[in-house]
Design a protein around this ligand. Structure first.
Ligand code: TYD
Length: 134
């Protein structure tokens, strides 16, 4: 699994003068079924989140409001992705180290995840992550 598999997915956008609407269906717009949704909010200026990788979890990260950056790292290559559109999702495959930073004031980040929370699925130590990739 490398960062080339992590891509921005253009989600459907139903434009309407009354307000736009975007939807996501597990297995349709995204390559996994959704078992869990979580979100980050009230993020203080300068905060950094993430700092881990998942062994088997697939995720879609969406900027519901405001903006932030996601730094993806597969152990060999890194890329920084700026997220600021509610109709874009960043697909993150398993075995990718991610850091989240540059949050704008009032930003809300939503994650759709392929499994329920499982601490055993995390690499929280970067060197362990690199060993796990070998
Ligand atoms: P963590 O995944 O480290 O947060 P982030 O990636 O945003 O920096 O999770 C932070 C804490 O929240 C950690 O103690 C685990 C807990 N948590 C849950 O209980 N359930 C969840 O679905 C998630 C994502 C985290």
């Amino acid at each position: 699994m490398n960062i080339d598999l992590c891509k921005i997915i253009d989600l459907p956008k139903i434009t309407d003068a009354r307000g736009n609407l975007t939807f996501v269906e597990g297995g349709n717009q995204i390559p996994f079924d959704i078992q869990r949704v979580y979100y980050l909010y009230d993020v203080p200026g300068g905060a950094q989140r993430g700092g881990h990788a998942h062994k088997g979890l697939h995720q879609l990260i969406i900027a519901m409001s405001g903006s932030f950056d996601v730094v993806l790292d597969d152990g060999a290559n890194k890329k920084r992705v700026h997220m600021n559109r509610s109709y874009n999702g960043l697909y993150v495959c398993p075995m990718i180290w991610r850091e989240l930073d540059n949050f704008s004031s009032g930003s809300v980040l939503m994650v759709l995840a392929s499994n329920k929370y499982d601490e055993d699925d995390y690499y929280r130590d970067y060197n362990q992550f690199l060993l796990g990739r070998q």
